[in-house]
Design a protein around this ligand. Sequence first.
Ligand SMILES: *Cc1c(COP(=O)(O)O)cnc(C)c1O
Length: 383
Amino acid sequence: MIKNIPFSIPDIDETDILAVIDVLKSGWITSGPKVKEFESNFQEFIGLDVNAIAVNSATSGLHLALEALNIGRGDEVITTTLTFTATAEVVRYLGADVKFVDVDEKTLNISVDSLRKAISSKTKAIIPVHYAGLSCDMDQILSIAEEFNLKVIEDAAHALPTTCNGDIVGSLKSDITVFSFYANKTMTTGEGGMVVTRHSDLVKRMKIMRLHGIDRDAFDRFQSKKPAWYYEIIAPGFKYNMTDIAAAMGICQLRKLPRFLERRQYLAKRYFDALVDLPLILPADDTTGGTHSWHLFVIRLQNNAPMSRDELIQTLSDQGVGTSVHYVPLHRQPYWRDEYNLTNDMFPVTDRAYQTMLSIPLYTAMSDEQQDRVIQVLREALA
Ligand SMILES: *Cc1c(COP(=O)(O)O)cnc(C)c1O
């Protein structure tokens, strides 16, 4: 009897464990040298002209990004409902409003047509989500942003590493890009995130707001004259810093990321080959000539499938195969639905996709044999 196959487990080995132990023994466990090293390695990974700011989650990072871009009351920010609530909730933290739009049928990324139609005089920013790890059509989004003078904050929680027309996400011409190191993402620090930008004024503001509104520059500049305990608060900041414990893991995981990507690409290719004849819509790939990070492998049932999505999830579960649904769209979530009077028919593509979709296991710690088992159970259910 083959053991149950969970939907996702993090890929943590002895090197991650030893790195964390080193920090625990070092006497310095909060933000310190490991965070600096992780930021510098991450910068090198994305491109040396960007700045990387480590935070305790992508949610914190998105909040810092919008705050630094001066998003506030009376402003509107456009995003999709096929995302995690974090993408949108940060807009509400600042008293601004979210304008939700539908996704593209093929890629499940933001529909560029719907985006264009949703722009009003109140629109200040767009948050494109690189759904499942496939890049949005950033050329079009960035050109619309330029035309209407909008800020672009990429929610790249799924997109490490993803490329768009050969350029790695994080190095594109948007204002700020935010990555997540949550436990099920393509690399993890337990909880954590990284904010990336080229703009030094935004770096300065986000670093200040990351830690209680303490102005480090003022502190550093004067510390030769003032005692070491002296600091200045210039704003009611947040507590969003990453610990050295998490950063030590991040340094290790980042080193393994190219190998992780290869493994994910290999597993994705095997799914494509094994599932192509089933009544399924398989994920879109390479729409922008890019690399897919394969954070998620989302399949959709075709109309002629012999069972419903819920029945398929139950069948897989009965056979010990874990799955998930990404996502119950925000227009179906009580808070968002009621706050903005959203109905399912306002998002026909997202809503149809939601009713037919499931995410099947794809992670680096999954063996070929485990994947064969997932394929076998899917084939028995659908062939
Ligand atoms: C995971 C995720 C987030 C939030 O990341 P955290 O690091 O858990 O805060 C935001 N957006 C999307 C699309 C995500 O999948």
